[in-house]
Design a protein around this ligand. Structure first.
Ligand SMILES: Nc1ncnc2c1ncn2[C@@H]1O[C@H](COP(=O)(O)OP(=O)(O)OP(=O)(O)O)[C@@H](O)[C@H]1O
Length: 240
């Protein structure tokens, strides 16, 4: 089977204070083979993040299936798996990067990246070394390594977020605008890591506002308006 197959997916939200239920998205069908990178494009509010959050099960899907080919559990529907299975998948198989850093308080930047590796079963020596390599790659100033990230700038938080997710070399990586507040140099660093992971077989789904960043990186682009797969070239000409 495909690594990920989204079938007739839909999500509603209940706005309690208005006593209303609203359809966020409906009728999403999307399939990715192992090692593929699909970018999602569409206007603001079209439901791009909702798709990623539903794959990661931050949101529970209301309609359809999200079939994932797990190394540990085989073919499973992420809309149906238990919380326990989902915790396992988040730890070992599925990574998620958003613009927002949400981490354990009073944990240093270095500890956060090291812990990501330790919880996957790496030895302390390897975890420590790989964590330093990742922090250096994303050009986080060594002076920050032993500080708490609550005082980091937006771009520093984002680079730490990406380091924590990518150091684990997940099978499936979900990227929700991982380059949003980054300068060109940092964007290139993110691109290098994505290329490296892709070469190592990671399957990726990403949202980027910067379509040029996706060109040559994504294998296909899912267009929320057309509800179909297309190429970055077509999207660039369609947007301009
Ligand atoms: N937790 C939530 N509660 C209520 N409504 C929500 C929630 N999350 C998303 N929505 C709504 O679902 C719709 C899709 O939101 P989503 O964040 O997925 O869009 P998006 O395409 O990622 O937008 P953007 O490009 O602006 O980030 C929006 O109308 C949004 O208001």
């Amino acid at each position: 089977m495909a690594m990920l197959e989204i079938v007739d997916f839909g999500k509603r939200f209940t706005i309690h204070h208005l006593g209303k239920t609203m359809n966020a998205i409906q009728s999403i069908n999307l399939s990715l083979e192992a090692g593929e990178f699909i970018g999602i494009v569409g206007k603001s509010g079209s439901g791009k993040s909702t798709i990623l959050k539903s794959i990661y099960r931050t949101y529970l899907p209301d309609e359809g299936k999200i079939m994932y080919d797990s190394e540990r559990f085989g073919e499973i529907d992420l809309a149906q798996v238990s919380e326990r299975q989902m915790l396992y998948l988040r730890k070992y198989e599925i990574g998620y990067v958003s613009q927002f850093l949400s981490v354990m308080p009073r944990t240093t930047c270095r500890q956060l990246v090291t812990n990501a590796l330790l919880e996957m079963g790496e030895s302390e020596a390897v975890a420590f070394e790989e964590a330093e390599k990742a922090l250096a790659h994303f050009e986080l100033d060594p002076k920050l390594w032993d500080s708490y990230p609550n005082t980091f700038s937006g771009g520093e938080k984002l680079r730490l977020n990406i380091a924590m997710a990518t150091v684990k070399k997940p099978r499936l990586l979900l990227l929700d605008e991982p380059t949003a507040s980054l300068d060109q140099q940092s964007k290139i660093k993110v691109r290098e890591i994505i290329e490296k992971l892709k070469n190592q077989g990671t399957t990726l789904v990403g949202i980027f506002h910067d379509i040029e960043f996706m060109d040559g990186l994504c294998d296909k682009v899912y267009d929320m308006q057309k509800r179909q797969l297309t190429t970055t070239k077509e999207v660039v000409s369609y947007e301009s």
